[in-house]
Design a protein around this ligand. Structure first.
Ligand code: G6P
Length: 609
């Protein structure tokens, strides 16, 4: 939700770094973008509504050059999508600011600043930051101290980068939103995430909440909220530049769907050793599952559906009660908390504000410990958790989550196994079987990907529809939910999902020849029940699209189209059955020519309520 990039160099023009950084960060927000550079005591700003390609054209036309600059790609919160609201914002031609986050007390600050004579040109909360910093700066001429003073007055969440017209430094600050510093040779950079800097450096520092830093060509200095100079660890990122590039693919979502065999295999191998699953592998700490009498899973969006699937696994394998809650609901509810409850948060980005706040609330509610399942190192949710288990999905750029979901499922399954093992519910031979099944998953996923040509054919039929229904039972009900979410997110077709048994309690009224009904029908113990539900649809003229297993004994017939997976893979089946519903959404979106990677109104990391 908004991306920031900036840099300062002794010898090089920083403008190409800003533009390529914004291109990489576009997934964080894509309704407008802008950059500001400093030359000869003057701030030059270029902004544009629309994609980064628009700003790129403008910048190229102006032949902009500078050794210091900041840039921003926006997902509108305060103030509509308009050039005047695009960042960077400027105060009195002296201070320029880019901001990610939300300033909750902006109305109050705005009133004070207006009384002080400041004129507001935008409807954003960010302009308040620019003027507030300027109100201190005009008295002291000291940018760093002005930012330190201003940040003390800000309530809410922010990552900001600030430059003034005359100095050769950039001041950055963060509280609640991510910000990294990149170290180069006689140049330093800042960004919301590493993807923006991979072309220039892999040496990075994760700033911490409350930190303010000054960067210039030669050095960076980080201050904590008490203005004390602090040292933060330098990380060498292992992310390769090509992870943030499309390669032979047309879209990141397509690339990420096809990366799943590798992502799943990497995740599994990072957690298990040769023949067993070890508690040390959860964040390197000793984890004792026997301490807990229940589990609460908190998440949002696709990650929430991973949690719903895990509930079935935990209760089946590890005999422990699990509740799964949408983070934004949990935050504001009076809850009953069992004495020995473990909280598991699931988040691809580790930044989702509702999940982060729900985690904080869960601590206030006196849950025993927390475990984060996350794809992003050092993210806010990871820092707030006692234990962490990283998904090894690699960078996920498409707004609609795909490989993050399947790797989350893998991690959750392994945590369920760990619980079973530590609670002595898992024999050595059963553990070996599960691990061997896990290691075969990548192959099954690859076979499911090979069904793409058949799914493309289905997509042509869906492309003409306005509604769709997804059905699943048991472990596959959450996969039906994920299928409906994927379809609506990127193809804008209204889609709902139901447990197939609920069909007759409402959604059956919707069924007619215009409603495609997708049924997740693996060859498990519920298959006969699902077949009965399919007959209920067929009898009312509904069109069925069935995702079955190779060994399910039923055939396509009039009104029933069937795609068959390899064979039933037992308890891990939801992971494999996810692939066709992802491919379906992707190909329907292609058919409808929507913007697959950047669906309208959505953003990848939702750092606002
Ligand atoms: C947004 C994204 C979804 C994602 C959800 C939760 O809505 O568009 O793809 O599932 O946030 O994100 P998280 O990073 O917490 O998993």
């Amino acid at each position: 939700m908004c991306g920031i990039v900036g840099g300062i160099s002794k010898n090089n023009n920083i403008v190409p770094v800003l533009i390529s950084g914004l291109e990489k960060l576009e997934y964080r927000g894509y309704d407008s973008a802008g950059i500001a550079v400093i030359n000869d005591n003057k701030i030059t700003r270029v902004r544009s509504v629309g994609r980064v390609s628009e700003i790129k054209k403008k910048v190229l036309n102006k032949k902009l050059k500078s050794k210091i600059g900041i840039g921003h790609t926006r997902w509108a919160t305060h103030g509509g999508v308009a050039e005047k609201n695009a960042h960077p914002h400027i105060s009195n031609n002296e201070i320029t600011v880019v901001h990610n986050g939300i300033i909750e007390n902006h109305t109050h600050l705005c009133q004070l600043l207006k009384k002080d004579g400041y004129k507001f040109k935008s409807e954003t909360d960010t302009e308040v930051i620019a003027h507030l910093i300027h109100s201190y700066y005009k008295k002291s001429n000291d940018l760093k101290n002005s930012v330190l003073k201003a940040t003390k007055k800000l309530m809410g969440a922010y990552a900001i980068a600030v430059a003034d017209k005359k100095t050769s430094e950039i001041i950055v600050a963060r509280d609640g939103c991510p910000l990294i510093i990149g170290i180069g040779k006689q140049e330093h950079f800042i960004a919301s995430d590493i993807s923006a800097l991979l072309s220039v450096t892999n040496k990075i520092i994760f700033m911490e909440d409350g930190d303010v830093a000054s960067i210039n060509e030669d050095k960076y200095t980080i201050y904590n909220s008490e203005k004390k100079v602090v040292k933060r660890k330098v990380h060498i990122s292992s992310i390769k530049q090509d992870q943030a590039e499309l390669g032979p693919y047309k879209h990141f979502m397509q690339k990420e769907i096809h990366e799943q065999p590798v992502a799943v295999a990497d995740t599994i191998e990072s957690i298990i050793d040769e023949a067993s699953i070890s508690p040390k592998l959860i964040g390197g700490k000793n984890f004792d599952a026997t301490k807990y009498d229940s589990i609460l899973i908190l998440a949002a969006g696709t990650s929430f559906y991973a949690g719903l699937t895990a509930k079935y696994w935990f209760e089946q394998i590890s005999n422990i009660p699990v509740s799964v809650e949408i983070a934004s609901e949990y935050r504001y509810r009076n809850v009953y908390t069992p004495k020995k409850q473990l909280v598991i948060t699931i988040s691809q980005s580790g930044e989702t504000l509702d999940t982060l706040e729900a985690l904080k609330q869960s601590k206030k509610n006196k849950n025993l410990k927390s475990l984060a399942i996350c794809n992003v190192q050092e993210s806010a949710i990871v820092r707030q958790s006692d234990y962490v288990l990283y998904t090894r999905a690699g960078m996920e750029i498409g707004v609609a989550s795909t490989k993050a979901f399947t790797t989350q499922l893998v991690c959750l399954f392994m945590v369920a196994l760990l619980f079973a093992k530590q609670k002595k519910l898992l024999t050595k031979s059963k553990e070996k079987d599960y691990l061997s099944d896990l290691r075969k998953l990548a192959g099954h996923i690859q076979s499911a990907l090979n069904l793409e040509p058949q799914i493309k054919e289905w997509a042509k039929l869906f492309g003409k529809k306005t509604n769709a229904l997804f059905l699943g039972r048991g472990l596959h009900y959450p996969i039906a939910l994920e299928g409906a979410l994927k379809l609506k997110e990127i193809s804008y077709i209204h889609a709902e999902a139901y447990p197939a048994g609920e069909l007759k309690h409402g959604p059956l009224a919707l069924v007619d020849k215009n409603l495609p009904v997708v049924v997740i029908a693996p060859n498990d113990k519920l298959l006969e029940k699902v077949k009965s539900n399919m007959q209920e649809v067929k009898a009312r003229g509904g069109e069925l699209f069935v995702i079955a297993d190779g060994d399910s004994k039923f055939d396509a017939e009039k009104g029933i189209r069937v795609i068959r997976m390899d064979r039933h893979v037992g308890i891990l089946s939801p992971i494999v059955h996810t692939i066709p519903i992802q491919l379906l959404a992707y190909h329907v979106a292609l058919f409808k020519k929507t913007d697959v990677d950047k669906p309208r109104n959505l953003a990848k990391s939702v750092t606002v309520e």
